[in-house]
Design a protein around this ligand. Structure first.
Ligand code: NAP
Length: 388
C-alpha cells in the first residue's frame, strides 16, 4: 500500500502534537453532565492561563472536597494546585484569574482515585515526592492497600520508577501526622476503586458524590498487565468537585498506518512501518515518528529526549546507507517554502520574533508582580503582543 506521505524524496518526521492527541476525558457514566465535573486537562489549561480555558471558573468555593480520577502525573499536578498554600502559588507563573479563584477556595481535602494498586501507580517518583512532602499536608493511605502480590513484587523488582513510587507511598502511609492547624489539608490515596457514576447534590444540578466500585487485579492474558476488575461492591465519596485525569490517546492521521490497540503509528526505532510484510519490506523509507505517537502517551520530558534521539539515529543510519537522500542532496525551499505554504493555506502564524515579543512582554508584566511571568490569556492580546 502506498501512503500519501511516502517517497517525499526527503525525510519527514511525524511528532505527537495536540492535533493528533485525543483526551480520553469522557467516561460515559451516569451523572457525568452534572456541574462541578471537569477534565483535568482543561483545569491545567485554566490555571496556566490558556486562552481557550482561562475563564473556566471551576467552583472552588462550594465544597471542601475534590476527587481526582486517575493517578498519573497530571492528577498529581492538579492535586498540588488545589492543596498548595496560595502564598506559594503567588510566586509562580500561575494565571492571575486562577490565583484569585484559588485564594477563595474552600477545598481542604483531595481524593486521588486509582483503579489499580500502589504498585501500578502511573505517576513518577519526583512528582509524587513533591506533593507528599508539602507542608501542612496529612497523607492518608489504607495500610491494607499496600499489601502486594508475588507478581507485583516481581514487577517492582524490574521497574525502578514504580518501585520508588511504591516505596514513597509506603513511607507516607507510615508517617505520623500530629498537629492540626487551620492551614492543614488532607490528601487521600484511594486504591483499587473505579468510578461507577456521579451522584447529584441536594440541589440536583451539581455533583454531590462519586460512586466507586471496588476492584481486584487480574492478569490480562494478551497484554500481560494487571487489569482492574469490578467486584460489584460499591461505596460513595462525598465531593463537590471532580477532575477526570485519565490520560491521553493518539488519533490516527489520514493516510498513515495506525495501531488502534496501542494508539501508535507502528514503527521500528522510529521508522514508520506499514505492517503485513517482513520488517525490511514494510519500512516506509523517509518517514519517521517520534514522541507519544511513536510509543504512546507515557513518560516525562527526559523520556521524549531519548525517544527523539533514537529516531534521529535511525534517520542518520538510513542517510548513511543511502536509503533516503542526505539533506545536502535535496534542493529545498526551506523557511521561505514553509511561509509560502502557510500563507497559501491561509494559516495564521506567529514567527519566532513574534514569540520573543510575547515572551518579553509576559516577563515584563510578571516583574511588576514579582512573578516569573504574567501570562497573556487571550488570542487577540497574544497576537497584538507579537506585533508590538
Ligand atoms: P497517565 O500517566 O496515562 O495516567 C492516567 C491515569 O488514569 C492512570 O492512573 C490510569 O489508570 C487512569 N485511568 C485511565 N483510564 C481510566 C478509566 N477509564 N477509569 C479510571 N481510571 C483510568 O496520564 P496523565 O497523568 O494524563 O499523563 C500523561 C503523560 O504526561 C504521562 O506520561 C505523564 O508522566 C506525563 N506528564 C508528565 C509530567 C511531568 O513530567 N511533571 C506532568 C504531567 C504529565 P491505569 O494505570 O489503571 O490505566
Amino acid at each position: 500500500m502506498a501512503f500519501p506521505y511516502r517517497n517525499f524524496g526527503r525525510i519527514m518526521i511525524i511528532c505527537s502534537f495536540r492535533m493528533v492527541l485525543k483526551v480520553t476525558d469522557l467516561l460515559d457514566f451516569p451523572g457525568e453532565d452534572l456541574e462541578g465535573i471537569y477534565s483535568a486537562r482543561e483545569f491545567v489549561w485554566w490555571y496556566n492561563g490558556h486562552p481557550d480555558c482561562f475563564n473556566m471558573a471551576p467552583g472552588l468555593k462550594n465544597t471542601d472536597t475534590a476527587a481526582i480520577l486517575g493517578l498519573g502525573n497530571v492528577a498529581l499536578d492538579v492535586a498540588r494546585i488545589l492543596l498548595r498554600p496560595v502564598s506559594d502559588l503567588a510566586e509562580t507563573d500561575i494565571s492571575d484569574l486562577a490565583l484569585a479563584s484559588l485564594q477563595e477556595s474552600s477545598i481542604r481535602k483531595v481524593y486521588l482515585v486509582a483503579r489499580r494498586g500502589p504498585a501500578q501507580a502511573a505517576c513518577t517518583a519526583k512528582e509524587l515526592r513533591e506533593i507528599i512532602g508539602m507542608k501542612n499536608l496529612k497523607v492518608k493511605i489504607e495500610e491494607a492497600d499496600l499489601d502486594i502480590s508475588p507478581s507485583d513484587e516481581e514487577a517492582l523488582k524490574n521497574h525502578r520508577i514504580q518501585r520508588r513510587v511504591y516505596e514513597l507511598l509506603s513511607k507516607a502511609a507510615g508517617s505520623p501526622y500530629c498537629q492540626s492547624s487551620p492551614e492543614q489539608r488532607e490528601l487521600h490515596f484511594v486504591f483499587f476503586r473505579k468510578p461507577d457514576r456521579f451522584l447529584p447534590s441536594e440541589n440536583g444540578c451539581t455533583v454531590g458524590s462519586l460512586r466507586l466500585e471496588k476492584t481486584t487485579l487480574e492478569e490480562n492474558k494478551s497484554s500481560g498487565k494487571q487489569s482492574a476488575v469490578g467486584t460489584a461492591e460499591f461505596e460513595d465519596i462525598n465531593c463537590g468537585l471532580v477532575l477526570k485525569s485519565i490520560g491521553y490517546k493518539s488519533l490516527p492521521i489520514f493516510g498513515l498506518p495506525f495501531d488502534y490497540n496501542k494508539g501508535v503509528v507502528p514503527n521500528v526505532k522510529g521508522r514508520v512501518v506499514s505492517g503485513f510484510q517482513t520488517e525490511e519490506e514494510a519500512v516506509e523509507h523517509g518517514l519517521y515518528v517520534a514522541g507519544w505517537l511513536k510509543r504512546g502517551p507515557t513518560g516525562i520530558i527526559a523520556t521524549n529526549l531519548y525517544c527523539a534521539e533514537e529516531t534521529v539515529s535511525s534517520i542518520t543510519e538510513d542517510v548513511e546507507r543511502g536509503l533516503v537522500p542526505a539533506a545536502s542532496a535535496a534542493i529545498k525551499p526551506g523557511r521561505e517554502g514553509l511561509l509560502q505554504l502557510l500563507q497559501g493555506k491561509n494559516i495564521k502564524f506567529v514567527p519566532f520574533t513574534g514569540w520573543e515579543k510575547i515572551d518579553a512582554k509576559e516577563k515584563m508584566l510578571g516583574e511588576l508582580k514579582k512573578k516569573p511571568r504574567e501570562k497573556i490569556t487571550s488570542w487577540q492580546k497574544l497576537l497584538e503582543a507579537s506585533n508590538e
